[in-house]
Design a protein around this ligand. Structure first.
Ligand SMILES: Cc1cc2nc3c(=O)[nH]c(=O)nc-3n(C[C@H](O)[C@H](O)[C@H](O)COP(=O)(O)OP(=O)(O)OC[C@H]3O[C@@H](n4cnc5c(N)ncnc54)[C@H](O)[C@@H]3O)c2cc1C
Length: 390
């Protein structure tokens, strides 16, 4: 269709990716972000080959690669004692790329003109006629041909437009994250597994390490005065360098979030007239496949390509929904199953995991991991004609 005007709600990774994709295909874009500064939290994240291809389609792949560090975390598995269950052999598993979130966010932010982003603009209401969409920020109204709501896991747009959908559900899973100022040299990152918790480490550029502790939790929202002490209480006696990483993380840099998703009540559609949900607003998912932001990047590319190929907005959004909903809901469900296994608390499951992983040669485990993830990692972006060079 002929490019028109679009409002993107939210300047997170999903919203910025949507803004870039739409601008590249000729759309005039205004991004509305509720925070005073468009930014990211102080944590890390990994991106798989599919997400890197999406970044390439957005024209920022090289800048993104330069901002991250390849690592093989999914294949380096240990027990709390430090004993290796499997040790990755470089070159046998496609590397993921580890990022400080702010670095990846900045790569996207740099590709959107400052004047296209309105910060301090919290969207309070959305409505539409057959031909136009209207977004309200308090008393101010913005008007466009299309609205992309990328306003995150607690999406206002989802609540307003899909009022019958429950909020994302807590399933007794909580995660602490931090960034340690500790140079572990050429360590490849890895995961340490126990029966109801895991500890993840990922090297970041600049001699830093991102770590995460995922564990079973009783009630949502339980918080400690000193979150770092809480992490130490749970894994302070685990193998090196876990205690050293925690020592090298200032208490105020420890983040604590409960994991929620819509796996039990998935949305019946991501589209309502001229309004499309994207990223966590559409498909919040647990972090266990490292795919939440990756899927938001894919959404952005497919959305812009659908609008380019199809002659009217409603048909284009219907195509976006048809392509994206099955894939993202399947990935969210798979991530949920994987996370539920990590925090199950089952000693029998842990024994089986230890036994099967130790029995396997690293190359066999690498082949199995790659095969199991192929449906996610092998994604290819549709053509996104570069109408505007960034
Ligand atoms: C512990 C943990 C680890 C993770 N690890 C990974 C990983 O390794 N790899 C990966 O790909 N993903 C990972 N994820 C998932 C990833 O963080 C999310 O999927 C991703 O950030 C979603 O991006 P988004 O743009 O959709 O939403 P968000 O990043 O939440 O951005 C939403 C934006 O909308 C703004 N906003 C909200 N409401 C309004 C409003 N009313 N008006 C205007 N603006 C508004 C917010 O301020 C925010 O800037 C992880 C998640 C967790 C919890």
């Amino acid at each position: 269709m002929k490019p028109g005007s679009a409002i993107v709600i939210g300047a997170g990774i999903g919203g910025l990716a949507a803004a870039i994709a739409l601008r590249r295909t000729g759309w005039t874009v205004t991004v509305l972000e509720r925070n005073r500064v468009a930014g990211e939290i102080g944590a890390g994240m990994s991106q798989g080959p599919n997400a890197i291809r999406a970044l390439d389609a957005l024209g920022v792949g090289d800048r993104a690669r330069a901002a991250g560090t390849p690592f093989f975390g999914t294949a380096n598995l240990r027990e709390a004692s430090g004993r290796y269950l499997n040790r990755a052999e470089p070159g046998t598993v496609p590397p993921l790329i580890g990022f400080h979130r702010a670095d990846l966010h900045n790569v996207l932010l740099d590709a959107v003109p400052t004047e296209s982003i309105r910060t301090g603009a919290a969207v309070t209401a959305i409505d539409q006629t057959p031909g136009r969409a209207f977004v309200h920020v308090g008393d101010e109204t913005f008007e466009a041909d299309l609205v992309v709501a990328a306003d995150g896991v607690r999406s206002t747009a989802r609540r307003l437009l899909w009022p019958q959908t429950p909020e994302p559900a807590f399933w007794h899973y909580t995660v602490w994250r931090g960034i340690a100022d500790l140079d572990l040299g050429p360590a490849q990152g890895g995961m340490t597994l126990a029966k109801d918790r895991y500890f993840l480490t990922m090297p970041l550029p600049g001699g830093r390490v991102y770590w995460g502790l995922g564990t079973r939790a009783g009630t949502p929202g339980e918080r400690a005065d000193d979150e770092r002490s809480e992490v130490l209480r749970r894994v302070g006696d685990w193998h090196d360098p876990i205690p050293a990483l925690l020592d090298a993380t200032p208490t105020e840099r420890v983040l604590h979030h409960d994991i929620t998703d819509l796996v039990r009540t998935p949305l019946p559609t991501y589209v309502n007239g001229r309004i499309a949900l994207l990223g966590d607003a559409a498909h919040p998912m647990s972090p266990d496949l490292g795919q939440g932001a990756g899927q938001a990047l894919e959404d952005a590319v497919v959305l812009a390509a659908s609008l380019h190929d199809v002659s009217d907005a409603t048909a284009a959004l219907a195509r976006y929904d048809t392509v994206r909903r099955p894939r993202t809901q399947w990935i969210a469900k798979s991530a949920h199953q994987k996370g539920a296994g990590y925090i199950s608390g089952s000693a029998a499951r842990q024994r089986m995991l230890v036994w099967t992983t130790r029995m396997m040669r690293p190359a066999t485990l690498a082949t199995m991991t790659t095969k199991a993830l192929a449906r996610i990692w092998d994604w290819q972006p549709p053509d996104l004609p570069a109408y505007k060079e960034l």
